[in-house]
Design a protein around this ligand. Structure first.
Ligand code: GSH
Length: 206
């Protein structure tokens, strides 16, 4: 994977894009980023991006001419290609895949929606939807603690793609109007303390 051949399209407001940016940083994959304005109409996005992305969504990762979409699939590819972040062993890949599926179905479903609900002041959310999402989050927070176990990371002593996926939106729990668990808070501190971790703005500078 050469730096010139690896391009990540993303935006700092996208937790899905932050998952991939963190994984590339932790795996030491040299790359360049292209910031896509996800708040502008899709048709205004760069032609090369629109041609490659089926839904005009970020993240999109280009590796040596191969286009990858869907953050979870991208994370699995990074682990497999770099043999890091769980990609070192079959067991690490299995753990990563399990965590990615859990995140996408659970915490990665309710937290982005709760954050969006606050941004738009609930407009467009049917009655009861926000309460339902909050109830789901309460269950997800308990399971976060159980999955993390003794930690310090979801993959054990070092972070893996599961940590990157879960970081995507758990980093913004308060912005979604919910409280992190104590274990969540401590884990976020550990992720932030990693030398490779950057803020969303630093990952995707304007
Ligand atoms: N399931 C996708 C979700 C991607 C997604 O929802 N991307 C949003 C930002 S978080 C986006 O690009 N929105 C802009 C748009 O749809 O126009 C993934 O995991 O990558």
């Amino acid at each position: 994977m050469s730096a010139a051949g690896v391009v990540l399209y993303g935006h700092p407001d996208s937790g899905h894009a932050c998952k991939v940016a963190l994984a590339l940083a932790l795996a030491g994959v040299a790359h360049r980023t292209v910031r896509i304005d996800i708040w502008a109409p899709p048709a205004t996005r760069p032609a090369a991006f629109l041609a490659a992305s089926p839904f005009a969504e970020v993240p999109l990762l280009m590796i040596d001419g191969v286009t990858l979409v869907q953050s979870g699939a991208i994370l699995l590819e990074i682990a497999a290609r770099s043999r890091r972040l769980g990609g070192e062993t079959a067991e690490g890949m299995r753990r990563g895949a399990e965590l990615l599926m859990w995140e996408a179905n659970r915490i990665g479903m309710c937290l982005p929606q709760l954050r969006e609900a606050r941004r738009v002041d609930g407009a467009g959310f049917p009655p009861g939807a926000i309460d339902w999402l909050r109830e789901r989050y309460a269950a997800d927070r308990d399971r976060f603690d159980r999955l993390l176990g003794a930690g310090p990371f979801f993959h054990g002593a070092a972070p893996g793609i599961g940590d990157c996926a879960i970081w995507g939106y758990v980093q913004w729990a308060e912005a979604a109007g919910v409280a992190p668990s104590a274990a969540m808070d401590a884990w976020r501190d550990r992720i932030r303390a990693l030398p490779e971790t950057r803020s969303p703005e630093e990952f995707f500078p304007a």
